[in-house]
Structures are given as C-alpha cells and as structure tokens.
Design a protein around this ligand. Structure first.
Ligand SMILES: *Cc1c(COP(=O)(O)O)cnc(C)c1O
Length: 427
C-alpha cells in the first residue's frame, strides 16, 4: 500500500510507466503470451514465477487496475472479475463450499440475494439472513458449526441501510471466520471497510467506480489480515494441498497477504472464467481517475434532493443517511463522515400507481435498472429488480412496494429538483 492520499491513488496508483513507456495503462488485447522455452512457462503454471500465459487467468491491463483498487482500499491483493455478481460469488465460494454455511445481512442487492438464497443453495451452501439492525445476541445465534463467512453491504442497494461493520466484524472474528463487505455504494473514497475490521472487500465496479454506465465489472480485494492457518480446519481449501494445482497449499505458499486472491485466480477464474475484458478494465480506470472528484458531487446532489423531497407534501417518507431523520444517520457519520452515496429512496403517496406516474413524468431522470451513473436515473424495485420476491421478502429486504430509488447524477441540483417538482405536480 502506498502512503499517498486517496486523491493521488485514484489518479496514479497501480501503474507506473518506465522510460519511454505509455503514460496511460496499455490495453493488452491478447489472449496469450509468448515464451522462448517450455521450462519458463512451466514455472508460471507451478506458480513459482510471476507472469502471464493466458488472459482467462490474468492479464496485465486488468492487473494494473486491480492494483489501483487494492491500494485505494488498503489491501494486499486484488483481482478484477467480469461483473460484481462474479466478485461476490468468487469471494464467498472461495471459502464456502457444499455443506458449508454463511451468515449474511438480509439487506443486500437483489442479485446477490438470489445468488445466495437460490443458486448457491443449489450448490449446497446454506445462508442465514439476519436483519442488519439485529442485536449482538441475535447475530450470535445465526452462527453454526459450519459457518465459513459473514457477508454484508456497507450501504445496501436499494434499501440504503448502513451496516454496523464493527458489530459484524467482531461477531465474525469471534467465530474465526472472515467478514466480506460489498463496498460498491460507498466506494473507498467514502468508506474503507478494512479500517473497521472487514477482511475481504468486493465491488461492482459497474457503479460509481466506472461511473459513466460504460462497462460492467467487479473486483475482490483482500486485506491480508485474516489468519487462515489459525482456523485451519475451517478452511481446507486454503490450508491443505490443492491437488488440482500441483499440491500447493495457498496459505503456506502465499501467506495471509496473497493466499485468498491466488486461490480465487488459480481455481475459480481458471474453472469459471468470469474474466474481465482488458478494454473494460481500461474504461474502468478512466472512471477511477475522477472517483474522488465525482463522489462528493454525487453526495451533495443527493443531500439537496433528499432535503427537498422530505419537505414535499406528496412524499410519504425519505430514506437517505445524510438526513438527521434517518435511522442510519449516526452509523453513516461514524463510517462515512465525508458522505455516503448519491442514491436516495423515498415513498410516493399513492403507492405503486402514483410512483409509476411520477417516474414516467421525469425528464432528466431516466428509468433504468442502473445506479451510480453520471446521469440521474430512477427505478421502482418492487416491479423490476426485486420482482421475484414475495411481499414479506420485500419488506424483510427493506424494499416496500411504494419505494422509488433515485440515483442522483452529476447534473445541476437546481435542474434535478425542478424536474422532480414538475413530475410530482402530475400526481
Ligand atoms: C450492482 C451490484 C452488484 C452486482 O454487480 P454487477 O456488476 O451488476 O454484476 C452487487 N452488489 C451491489 C451492491 C450492487 O449494487
């Protein structure tokens, strides 16, 4: 990790060109890499030497960008994936397999909920979902003998609940398992979960990191702090020889700093191939270069919009952690003193029907499943991203039927508020 401040890391970390080399990260658009003799390539396969041989496993462009995010989060190793879904899948499946169990916050992204509750369940991994506001005793009761990880989102999409990271980290560590935090909405500019005890961080880089709605992607970062060998019997995948990889014991060979990401690359990327395109990594890096400039503006716009909506007679409620009325205001001040994110949710009086009419009347805010874009966008989750959930599940996930999610972009806040005002006139 470099000693530079976040602003400098956003612009320059991860890639330092040598004399006469390109100033911008080169796009290495090549599936494969050439060697003079088989022995030197063999050393790469044995993980004895570092280098590239096939872009399904690793590519230099992607690695430079992963190294930047790693530095921004304060981690020791990182990898890019083709999507945020792949990042969360890999982060969990790297340590929890058939017969294992994971404790997760119930307030998480709909796609992740589906991945855990449906798809990974079919693979034999069981999840217990807990209310993120639960007491320490309730959290404690969710653990089982076979629990291998704890999962939560810094700021949940779309419920916008703020996780008490320290509470979840302490519970995880009492049971000698790591805490995995999806830090997509906060980004390392606003929160660095490793500073609060998290062990692994994931991102959907599709959101603020890219920031322009241009490239789907994900990232996993390891803090290098979790001692796998101290809980050897829980993590055989890291602490016993991998017969599919020349008998390597990842935790021994690569230590705390490198074991998790090396295993995820050597096994999961090899076998599942959720590889990011070098071109997408390049685009992601352009977004990262201005992340520290964009995040404060997203937050300022969201704060102004939230304050406006809270006073509006046609709005039932507003959920934004930057408002003193938010139940998450104190947690947000603790974990994200510089601001949370640009996403605001609110309930329109008149429920589903009024919400639909209001959204159709918006001119600047486009209806999209996307968030965290330079352009303002909005969504009615109950009829789109979360439509596979029952009414009870919707409420448990913090996404009631009248909820509208508004992702404030980088436009003028006066124009955004004027657009909301004219759309609210129509209902
Ligand atoms: C969007 C999102 C994901 C999934 O990421 P994709 O890049 O769309 O696959 C995961 N977690 C959170 C919090 C998200 O917002």
């Amino acid at each position: 990790m470099s000693d530079y401040r976040m602003e400098t890391k956003c612009v320059q970390a991860g890639y330092t060109p040598g004399n006469g080399e390109p100033r911008q990260i080169p796009i290495i658009q090549s599936t494969t890499f050439k060697y003079a003799d088989s022995d030197s390539m063999g050393k790469l396969f044995d993980l004895e030497a570092e280098g590239y041989f096939y872009s399904r496993l690793q590519n230099p462009t992607c690695d430079h960008v992963a190294a930047k995010i790693c530095d921004m989060e304060g981690g020791t190793a990182a990898m890019l994936t083709s999507s945020g879904q792949a990042a969360n899948f890999f982060a969990v499946f790297n340590i929890a397999n058939a017969g294992d169990h994971v404790v997760s916050s119930a307030s998480i992204y709909g796609g992740t909920y589906n991945l855990f509750a449906v798809t990974m369940k079919k693979m034999g991994v069981d999840f217990t979902f807990v209310d993120p506001g639960c007491s320490e005793e309730e959290l404690e009761a969710a653990f089982q003998e076979n629990t291998k990880a704890v999962f939560g989102e810094t700021i949940a999409n779309p419920a916008l609940t703020v996780l008490d990271i320290e509470k979840f980290a302490n519970a995880a560590h009492r049971h000698q398992v790591p805490l995995i935090i999806d830090n997509t909405f906060a980004t390392p500019v606003n929160c660095r979960p490793f500073e609060w005890g998290a062990d692994i961080v994931t991102h959907s880089t599709t959101k603020y990191m890219d920031g322009h709605g241009a490239a789907v992607g994900g990232c996993i970062v390891d803090s290098g702090k979790f001692d796998w060998m101290a809980a050897k019997e829980k993590f055989p995948g890291l602490c016993t020889p991998d017969m599919s990889y020349h008998g390597i014991t990842y935790a021994e060979r690569f230590g705390r700093e490198g074991a998790f990401i090396t295993k995820a690359t050597a096994q999961l990327m090899r076998d599942f191939g959720c590889t990011p395109a070098p071109q997408s990594a390049f685009i992601l890096n352009l977004g990262l270069e201005s992340l520290h400039v964009r995040m404060p503006r997203h937050c300022e716009n969201a704060q102004a919009v939230a304050e406006y909506l809270e006073k509006h007679p046609k709005i039932n409620w507003v959920n934004y952690a930057g408002l003193p009325s938010s139940p998450y205001h104190d947690l947000a001040k603790k974990y994200m003193p510089g601001g949370t994110c640009g996403v605001v949710s609110f309930g329109v009086k008149g429920g589903r029907e009024a919400a639909g009419k209001f959204m159709a009347a918006l001119k600047l805010a486009a209806i999209e499943t996307h968030v965290a874009d330079a352009r303002t966008c909005c969504l009615h989750p109950a009829s789109s991203t979360h439509r596979q959930m029952s009414e009870e599940e919707l409420i448990a996930a913090g996404v009631p039927g009248d909820l509208v999610r508004l992702s404030c972009g980088l436009e003028s806040r006066e124009d955004l508020i004027a657009d909301l005002a004219q759309a609210l006139e129509t209902i």
